[in-house]
Design a protein around this ligand. Structure first.
Ligand code: ADP
Ligand code: MG
Length: 253
């Protein structure tokens, strides 16, 4: 059975979307069957994978409010081995529409359970908040992967995230685990990046990936071409980083 990994951190700009796109693509490159799920209304994972998000007939939003079946909104094999459940700004309305809906924390899980056997990994990009959509990702997931940006306030908000994960484990998803923490945007030229890594290692009990994703301008450029890094610039430091992370994620099985 496939492993479902939610990429979560309620801080914006820490590399959730970049990690979702490129971990998904690098796992697919290694021959794994991947489903990527975009549950952020910003839809950056969808556009970063080359999907024209505003021209879609159905998205995760329609799936969540019961407007379509999973087959209607699934985009199969965008790249070899990588399929996508896309999102766009419509999803911003879901939070309100779900008020009072029974079992609203499990809507995504019920849909994904129908198809999870078809994939080796399912990677979910979460929005930058701890809202109903993120909770849906956490009830669907087996594990949570937390990207941490190598900057001064790296640990800010992390205890709140871990508290939320613990609550979800107690009340909604007893087998939920923290997959691990991955450092992103590491700048080898600054002492700050090194200090942040040391500080987090000292203060965090969670599993920390050996792979550290470097700050690499090619990673920032790739989404505007609608390509994951392994296709946009296969030899870049960013591509190497996400390939190494994919190896570690596979090894952990
Ligand atoms: P989040 O989804 O957590 O908000 P993003 O993945 O969108 O974060 O990243 C925020 C910004 O930083 C984006 O413009 C992205 O292109 C850029 N970025 C992310 N990771 C890197 C990296 N390793 N090197 C350079 N730029 C990066
Ligand atoms: Mg994002």
């Amino acid at each position: 059975m496939g492993r479902i990994i939610a990429i979560a951190n309620q801080k914006g700009g820490v590399g959730k979307t970049t990690t979702t796109i490129n971990l998904s693509a690098c796992l697919a490159e290694k021959g794994k069957k991947i489903l990527t799920i975009d549950i952020d209304p910003q839809g950056n994972t969808s556009s970063g994978l080359g999907v024209k998000k505003d021209e879609l007939q159905y998205t995760v939003y329609d799936l969540i409010i019961g407007n379509c079946n999973i087959a209607d909104c699934l985009i199969k094999n965008i790249y070899e081995g990588l399929s996508l459940l896309p999102s766009n700004v419509n999803l911003a309305g879901a939070e309100i529409e779900l008020i009072g809906v029974e079992e609203r924390e499990f809507i995504l899980k019920k849909e994904i359970d129908k198809i999870r056997d078809e994939y080796d990994f399912i990677i979910i990009d979460c929005p930058p908040s701890l809202n109903t959509l993120t909770i849906n990702a956490m009830t669907t997931a087996d594990t949570i992967l937390v990207p941490i940006q190598c900057e001064y306030y790296a640990l800010e908000g992390l205890s709140q995230l871990i508290h939320t994960i613990n609550l979800v484990r107690q009340r909604l998803n007893p087998t939920l685990e923290i997959e691990g923490v991955v450092f992103t945007m590491f700048d080898a030229r600054t002492n700050l990046s090194l200090q942040v890594v040391e500080n987090v290692k000292e203060n965090l009990k969670q599993n920390i990936y050996k792979t550290i994703i470097p700050r690499n301008v090619r990673l920032a450029e790739a989404p505007s071409h609608g390509l994951p890094i392994n296709l946009y610039d296969p030899k870049s430091a960013g591509a190497e980083g996400y390939r190494d992370l994919a190896d570690e994620v596979i090894e952990k099985r």
